[in-house]
Design a protein around this ligand. Structure first.
Ligand SMILES: *[C@@H]1O[C@H](CO)[C@@H](O)[C@H](O)[C@H]1NC(C)=O
Ligand SMILES: *[C@@H]1O[C@H](CO)[C@@H](O)[C@H](O)[C@H]1NC(C)=O
Ligand SMILES: *[C@@H]1O[C@H](CO)[C@@H](O)[C@H](O)[C@H]1NC(C)=O
Ligand SMILES: *[C@@H]1O[C@H](CO)[C@@H](O)[C@H](O)[C@H]1NC(C)=O
Ligand SMILES: *[C@@H]1O[C@H](CO)[C@@H](O)[C@H](O)[C@H]1NC(C)=O
Ligand SMILES: *[C@@H]1O[C@H](CO)[C@@H](O)[C@H](O)[C@H]1NC(C)=O
Length: 434
């Protein structure tokens, strides 16, 4: 912990710079700029010993305010409580920059339109993402597919800067993908010029797939839809190795727990797929990760991070907090002669303070950004907590860097932009060797 005097981060208490949300319900909802965000210091020493008596916080309860800030009851958790909670001021300052912000870009109450699969394409300055597959606010189920959307950042950010309202109807464009192989999309990444989607599948007829979508035509080509003739369970998230171009992805079981997929007799696993050779390799099994979810590489590709959503193992019953909810780190091993890869040593990288960790990304310096039940937690490459973008009303499902310090966050009924120091960005995406 550094002294406050050493850094230029403004330490305001929550409340001093709140902008009152102004919502206008006309046709659907429109959203006006909701909050800039304060930066508050976490007093870890004081928090280490809470005043007695106190009740233990429950699994998903976001009410733990890891800062000096007090006085917020649960009903106060509006979007204007969003703030940066800083654990290490010296580490946070260069990432946050002079004027860090958490802004609501689009809000559509009652529809989890922005759940997963955020991908940014610099040539379009647009972000793609998908609606919830099978959740209560997803408007999708065994009979109805979820939807892939696109938002033009240039246009939406101009509106936010201008104080002009945004809305789901006006600012979120449906990407009508031409393939039955794209059912219940849950993850995505850039793949050269194309959009690589990972899909959970729907019912017994549409298996989970990896599909490559041409952005011009919105036509999809299915690259993978089975493991030696077996359906995957419910494919979840995908990333491409920065050096080999191999596709690493996770298979979870949320299709089954949410009632839109049958159980298939494959262990939940992290997999690796070489599109050119067709080689498919299992990298983990449930003895290594219970329910693999989000995944990301360090910028040099030597480390793989995987979030484990082990406690959420059955959509019909309460989470089991004793099961693993770690963010794991693996060494990535590469055979110098063949380029074949597997994962080696595993260790616990971090533990999410609230709920489970979901989507995960790294910046060019190797810092790790993770979506959790109460916001985006940021760690050094060693796993030391730097700060949390505290978003208690929505949490953060998944996230992606756009350029110029912009971090786009999908949070179910909300799409956010977190503005960091403009030098912060994700690793380059155009240099896959294929
Ligand atoms: C947090 O609490 C500590 C100890 O009471 C105090 O020194 C510090 O100034 C407080 N920080 C803020 C941002 O109020
Ligand atoms: C923002 O990043 C630049 C480039 O790394 C750095 O020079 C600058 O000091 C950072 N801003 C703050 C406020 O630390
Ligand atoms: C399935 O989703 C559709 C579209 O949102 C909805 O109209 C329908 O009621 C849902 N069916 C069930 C059984 O939930
Ligand atoms: C995004 O919006 C801007 C400003 O309205 C427009 O100039 C640009 O063509 C749009 N980009 C795409 C890919 O539609
Ligand atoms: C900016 O606001 C003005 C006045 O409300 C409006 O006429 C204009 O269309 C807005 N521009 C954008 C890009 O939203
Ligand atoms: C989930 O819970 C239900 C109800 O308790 C039970 O019938 C089902 O077998 C459970 N499924 C799994 C995968 O644990």
């Amino acid at each position: 912990m550094h002294d406050d005097d050493e850094v230029s981060v403004p330490y305001d208490m929550l409340g001093s710079r709140f902008v009152t949300p102004l919502f206008a319900a006309v046709t659907g909802w429109t959203t006006q700029i909701v909050s800039s965000a304060d930066v508050v210091h976490v007093d870890s020493v004081a928090l280490a010993s809470l005043p007695l008596p106190f009740s233990s916080r429950t699994f998903a309860n976001p009410l733990y305010i890891a800062s000096n800030v007090t006085g917020f009851a649960s009903h106060d958790y509006t979007d204007s409580c969003n703030a940066f909670h800083v654990y290490d001021a010296g580490l946070a300052a260069p990432i946050l920059g002079q004027d860090p912000q958490i802004k609501l870009m689009v809000y559509e109450p009652g529809y989890a339109f922005a759940n997963e699969a955020p991908v940014y394409f610099p040539d379009e300055q647009s972000v793609y993402f998908c609606s919830d597959a099978g959740g209560t606010l997803g408007r999708s189920n065994i009979s109805f597919n979820n939807v892939v959307f696109r938002v033009n950042l240039t246009s939406v950010l101009a509106k936010l800067d201008n104080g002009t309202s945004t809305s789901f109807k006006m600012d979120v464009e449906t990407v009508a993908i031409d393939s039955g192989g794209v059912q219940m999309t849950n993850g995505a990444t850039n793949y050269q010029d194309s959009l690589l989607l990972i899909n959970s599948g729907r019912g017994a007829e549409y298996p989970p797939t990896l599909a490559l979508v041409d952005r011009e035509t919105a036509t999809a080509k299915v690259m993978l839809n089975n493991a030696a003739g077996k359906h995957f369970n419910a494919l979840n998230d995908v990333v491409v190795h920065p050096k080999s171009g191999a596709i690493f992805f996770t298979d979870a079981w949320y299709g089954q727990t949410q009632g839109f997929r049958p159980y298939v007799d494959l262990p939940l696993a992290v997999w690796r797929f070489e599109p050119e050779s067709g080689l498919l390799t299992a990298l983990t099994d449930p003895s290594i990760i219970a329910v693999p979810n989000g995944l990301a590489f360090s910028p040099d590709g030597t480390k793989l991070y995987v979030t484990d959503t082990g406690p959420i193992y059955n959509g019909t019953v309460q989470p089991t907090p004793s099961r693993a909810a770690s963010i794991y780190q693996f060494d990535v091993q590469t055979d110098a002669a063949t380029g074949f890869q597997r994962v080696g040593a595993k260790s616990v990288f971090a533990w999410p303070e609230t709920g489970v960790a979901d989507g995960i990304k790294t910046d060019t310096a190797g810092n790790v950004y993770v979506g959790t039940a109460d916001g985006v937690s940021v760690y050094t490459p060693m796993g030391q907590p730097i700060f949390k973008a505290f978003m208690p009303q929505s949490g953060a499902v998944n996230l992606v860097f756009a350029e110029h310090g912009r971090l786009i966050v999908t949070a179910q009924e909300r799409l956010f932009i977190i503005q960091l120091n403009s030098s912060i960005t994700g690793p380059p995406i155009w240099d896959y060797p294929l």
